[in-house]
Write a protein that binds this ligand. Sequence first.
Ligand SMILES: Cc1cc2nc3c(=O)[nH]c(=O)nc-3n(C[C@H](O)[C@H](O)[C@H](O)COP(=O)(O)OP(=O)(O)OC[C@H]3O[C@@H](n4cnc5c(N)ncnc54)[C@H](O)[C@@H]3O)c2cc1C
Length: 495
Amino acid sequence: MIIKKDKSEIQNFLVDAANYKGDCEAVYFPESESDILIILALARNLKQRITIAGNGTGLTGARVPEGGIVISMNKMNNILEINTAEKYAIVQPAVILREFQNEVTANRLFYPPDPTEQDCFIGASIATNASGAKSFKYGPTRNYVIELRIILSNGEVLNLKRGNNFADGNLLNLISESGSQIEISLPDYLMPNTKHSAGYFTKINMDAIDLFIGSEGTLGIITEAKLKLLEIPENLISGILFFNNEADALDFVDDARSQSIKHRMAKDENNINARGIEFFDFYSLQFLKEDYPKINDNHKAAIWFEQEINSESEEFLFDKWMSLVEKYNADIDNSWFAMDKIELEKFKNFRHAVSSKVSEFVAQKGVRKVGTDTAVPVEHFRDYYFEMKKDVAANNLNYICYGHIGDCHLHLNMLPQNADELITAKSLYARFCARVVELGGTISAEHGVGKMKRDYLFNMYGKKNILEMARIKKILDPNLLLGIGNIFDEKFLIN
Ligand SMILES: Cc1cc2nc3c(=O)[nH]c(=O)nc-3n(C[C@H](O)[C@H](O)[C@H](O)COP(=O)(O)OP(=O)(O)OC[C@H]3O[C@@H](n4cnc5c(N)ncnc54)[C@H](O)[C@@H]3O)c2cc1C
C-alpha cells in the first residue's frame, strides 16, 4: 500500500473544489479492505483522526482533513459487475461517475444520478447523496443504492441490503459480518419535505441503509456498492429556451413542473413529463455568451428541459412542448431543440459550462464564491428567489443564479470583489439560510454540510437534534476517528 507524506505530493488532498484548505500527516492509498483494516487499527492505536477522500470535487470542505490522516479511495476503482439481465451494477467506491455512466450506457442501461460534476467518485456521491438535473424525475443517489458494504472505524463490517433491515419504530438493530450487534435509537427530527442532503437521514421504520447514505464520511467507509440500473430510454427531446422576460421563464417552469409532476404520478409518459428543468438567470447568460454567441443581451433568462420519448410519442410531445414555448413567449428563433445524441451532448455541456465558468472566474480573479445550495417548498419558491435577488442587488454584489429549478433548488453564487464584500456576502448567505428554514426548506439540497455549512445546519435543526446526530456518530464510531468536523462541530462529540 502506498503512503505519501511529502507535502508536495499530497497537496491535492488538502483542498476541495470550494478551495477549503486543511492539513494532515499522511495520505494512505489502500488497495483492498485488508489495507483499510490495517490503517484503522493503526489509527485507533495512535488516536489519529481519519478523513476519507473521494475525488475532491466537493464544495463543503468535507474531504479536507483537519489533522490526522487521509484515506484516499483512489486505488479501489473497479466496476465489478454490470448485470444487464437483472439491471444492477456492483462497483468499488473510486469508480468515476462519468466512466460508470459511459459503461452503463454501452450496456444499454441507465443510471439516473447525474451531479453536474461527473468526475466525482461513486462512493463519494453516495456519501453525499448527490443529485443532478434528472433528480427532478428520478430523485437523488439514495434511490439507486441497493446494497452497501461498509467498514466501521472499529473494523467491523456491515453488509446492508435495501429491504432487509428496517427500524422497528425508531429502534434500529445492525448486525455486523462477525455477528456483533449495534442498537441505535433513531432521532425524531423531521427532515424538510424538499430535495435535501444535510445531516443524517432519520424516519420511523426507516431502512438501515439510508442512515449511511449522505453521512459524509462520518459513520463508516464505503468499500462496495450495488446500484440499481434502469432500462435506457429510447430517445430524448431537449430544449434550451431563451426568454426576453424573466417572469415568462418562471411561468413556463411553473406550468412545465406541475404538468410533469401530475403526469409522472399518473405514469403518463405520453404527455409533458420532464426529467429535468434547469434555470439560468441573466447574469449566467452573460457568463456564457462568449462561448455561445447566439445568446444576446435581450435574453433575461433561459430554461433547459429534457424529456424521454419514443418513436410513437416523439411528434406529439414535440408539439406539446412547442405549445408551452409559444404560450410563454420564448424567443423561438434563437432557442435550441435537440433530439439527436450529438446535439444532446452539446446541451449537457451548456449546462455544465456555467458552473465551470464560475470556477474559472473565481480562480482567475482570486475571489471567493459564496453560493447557496438551498431548496424551498414550491409554494414559497418565487418569493424566496425574488427576496434573494433583491437583497444581493441592494448590497451591490455581483452574482449569478442558476440550477435545478424543477426542484425549487437554485445556486445563487455571490462573487465578492474584496474583503468587505465577502463579509456582506457571508451575512446575506446566513440570512438566506435562516429564511429557508422559516419556509420549511433546507440549507443544503445536494452538496451536503461538510465543514463549511455546519453552523447553518445547527440553526436548521437546533442543538438538541445536532446532539442527537452526535450520539448516533458516537455509537457507530466510538473511537471518534472518521470525518471529524463534518456535519457538526466536534465539540458536540464531547461529553
Ligand atoms: C462544478 C461543480 C458542480 C457540481 N454539481 C453538483 C451537482 O449537480 N449535484 C451534486 O450533488 N453535487 C455537485 N457538486 C459537488 C460534488 O461533485 C459532489 O458532492 C460529489 O459527490 C463529490 O464527490 P468527490 O468524489 O469529489 O468527493 P469528495 O469531495 O472527495 O468527498 C465528498 C465526501 O464524501 C466522503 N467520502 C468519499 N468517499 C467515501 C467512501 N468511500 N466512504 C465514505 N465516505 C466517503 C468524503 O469523506 C467527503 O465527506 C458539484 C461540484 C462542482 C465542483
